[in-house]
Design a protein around this ligand. Sequence first.
Ligand code: SAH
Ligand code: SF4
Ligand code: F3S
Length: 469
Amino acid sequence: MTSPRPDSAGPDVAGAAPARKKLFIRTWGCQMNVYDSTRMADVLAPLGYGPAETPEEADMVILNTCHIREKASEKVFSDLGRLRQLKEEKAGGGQKMVLAVAGCVAQAEGAEITARAPWVDIVLGPQTYHRLPEMVARASRAAGAQIDTDFPVEQKFDLLPEVRANQGPVAFLTIQEGCDKFCSFCVVPYTRGAEFSRPVAAILAEAKRLVAGGAREIALLGQNVNAWHGEAPDGSSWTLSRLLYALAEIEGLARLRYTTSHPRDMDEALIQAHGRIPQLMPFLHLPVQSGSDKVLAAMNRGHKAELFYRIADQLREARPDMALSSDFIVGHPGETAADHAATMALVEKVGFALAYSFKYSPRPGTPAAGQPFQVPEAEKDARLQELQALLRRQQDDFNRACVGREVEILWTGAGRHPGQIAGRTPWLQPVHAMGPAALAGRMARVRLTAAHPNSLSAVLLDEKELTPA
Ligand code: SAH
Ligand code: SF4
Ligand code: F3S
């Protein structure tokens, strides 16, 4: 659930309300989109929209989209084709269904969406979700699509209603949005706009509300979350480490994470915080993209492989059980076999507990898309396979090395089999054990007993935890 993989379908989220109408939200992309989907549901709840299980039973469908790779964008258009049919069937039965496209495809391709899919009622970019109610009202009256893809980023957070407190044991909290880094391959600076940091007071208030509503773990979110620098009530500017120390003071908050970070913004104080804040989990997603200095320069990443090695060493020095996760792109324009070998060498040397790797996908309007020396598809395939085999091996090794350890688990809900509960280890691995459902939302110690490809089995250790509070 807290996987940072940007190209996977996220959970479908909808708001809780005494529902007169039903809302279905399908979420693609990163955790920012998952967070935004919960916020859109919050915005629409006062209008009487409650959650729908399927698009078929919904009065409104929102596709919250991702533009990061070509495949991600194309999924939206195939979904829109299916929804057209549904909308027409409903109209035949006298029922109106409002169809909205939100997220990064809406931002980047708003005009194309309305041209290719004129049955879409609303197109709205990630910064305009607070205007949803108004757009829904207009869409129900007017013919033709309502489009809003402005960039008033401060307003988004100021004008959205307070976050609903009861998100469950693991909650997301967006503290930063947008990106000024302009990596050669990436659409995010164009779809999410310039970097914006939410102020300290708003973040602390939201965190407290989440904890009061049952959150035991908070994952701070941002496209460049470690570049966050928020204004404090006294007018000074805080960095992320300072914020983490403040959040760690909140009673009842057992775990803290933050994602996604950029190596350039991993300052000394933040690295040291990993050794000093027990609530800060020993797991960090830190995308490196490539191990070749030449490719890193072509990508405009602004650092060399050496910096990544140094950060990995320092993090492990600060917190010896630290595990790392990362993102990789193979086949960036100009990447040679030797550059790829440098990426393989970086992976060998650093060792990752988890990683996401992608074939370079040219994105319209980004600098890399127009560059010569595009790597042939077959070569990209071969490099990706080689890299993924190594990363898979490292993930398996890491999971196997966890077997026998005694660790604390945050239980999130029922497991797949009767009598089972499911949760996450400090390193974000899904774990399941036999135990009472009443443990959901609580912590309990286990011994990890077996490693499977994507999860771990465990046995509960602490009998007293088995009595519900
Ligand atoms: N802000 C984060 C991640 C943003 S997007 C960072 O700075 O790293 C998530 C991941 O998608 C990136 O880390 C990158 O590995 C991948 N990605 C982004 N654009 C891509 C493209 N054009 N082709 C392939 N993968 C891409
Ligand atoms: Fe994209 Fe680079 Fe910004 Fe990450 S840092 S969001 S990869 S431009
Ligand atoms: Fe995708 Fe936009 Fe996130 S492009 S990865 S949904 S910021």
